[in-house]
Design a protein around this ligand. Structure first.
Ligand SMILES: C=Cc1c(C(=O)O)[nH]c(=O)[nH]c1=O
Length: 309
């Protein structure tokens, strides 16, 4: 069961990790991920100060996935810095997600991470769809360019960004052109939830979640084709960067697809929310079984090797 791989030069025992926001808000969840069979883990996107987030119900399981409008609930930046100080980096790499409400907040958090000298890897979340009144930065290409310039100037280490899904080839081209101008952007995580979906309960004739009149980010089976497309689009367009795949993963086959599409690490969100950290045991076994059936000894043999017809 050799699923070992490397990411940004770091050895991983498995290419799997959680998606930010899922099973990573508070210490007992973070400790469970640290003890799980995931190869890495990431903290909940944090803001400078603690946030309660949106009113509940704000998450609902759907037939083929989930809808959420959590509203960025988190314990505040210092809480996760304290965890990063305690984390055992020999056990597995830790990614540190931030989603500041303003550029200044992001710069303040980045400066504190810089000063903390933590080995954690920064994942800058530019795609939260659920903070009322805040448009997703990564859908505003000028704002995207500005924040990458500011963070690159303020942060001395390599970092990555969490992108929303794009649905137009011209947008893949335009965003990749921007990203390729920032060499400190060492990885790209595709995708965040598909923003502002809506699901309906026909018995009560109501929406399913309270915030934003029921509008929320969609995850799960519904998003797998969009996730694979975004992974492969940026894998092809950003050859000097690594890709983290996220979206629609609930089986070893989905993990294999993300790796084939070019992902170096595969994140699990909705399925982890539903199944808990034991899911990493199942996904590792299912992935290893597929590799064995196909005669692959290492992930490197097939990673990014998607063939066209
Ligand atoms: C960080 C906020 C996010 C949230 C949230 O906290 O509502 N939900 C998502 O699906 N993606 C996010 O990036």
């Amino acid at each position: 069961l050799d699923l070992s791989t490397f990411f940004l030069g770091r050895p991983l025992t498995s290419p799997l990790m959680n998606a930010s926001g899922v099973w990573c808000n508070v210490n007992n969840q973070l400790n469970a991920l640290a003890e799980s069979k995931a190869g890495a883990m990431v903290t909940k996107s944090c803001t400078l100060l603690r946030r309660n987030g949106n009113p509940e119900p704000r998450y609902h399981t759907l037939a083929m996935g989930s809808i959420n409008s959590m509203g960025l609930p988190n314990e505040g930046h210092q809480y996760y810095l304290d965890y990063a100080e305690r984390h055992d980096y020999e056990n597995k790499p830790l990614f540190f997600s931030i989603a500041g409400l303003t550029l200044d907040d992001n710069l303040t958090m980045v400066a504190q991470i810089q000063d903390a000298y933590t080995p954690a890897i920064l994942e800058l979340n530019l795609s939260c769809p659920n903070v009322p009144g805040k448009a997703q930065i990564a859908y505003d290409f000028e704002a995207l360019d500005v924040i990458l310039a500011e963070i690159s100037a303020a942060y001395s280490r390599p970092f990555g960004i969490k992108l929303p899904p794009y649905f137009d080839i011209a947008h893949f081209d335009e965003v990749a052109e921007i990203l390729n101008r920032y060499e400190k952007v060492s990885f790209i995580t595709c995708i965040n939830s598909i923003g502002n979906g809506l699901m309906i309960d026909i018995n009560s004739e109501t929406v399913l979640i309270k915030p934003k009149e029921g509008f929320g980010g969609i995850g799960g089976d519904y998003v797998l084709p969009t996730a694979l497309a975004n992974v492969n689009a940026f894998y092809q367009r950003c050859p000097k960067k690594s890709i983290i795949g996220c979206g629609g993963v609930s089986t070893g086959e989905h993990v294999f697809m993300h790796l084939l599409a070019g992902a170096g690490i595969v994140q699990v969100g909705t399925a982890l929310y539903e199944e808990g950290p034991e899911i990493f045991v199942r996904l590792n076994i299912e992935l290893a079984k597929i590799m064995k059936e196909k005669g692959y000894k290492t992930i490197r043999e097939f990673q990014g090797k998607l063939k066209t017809i």
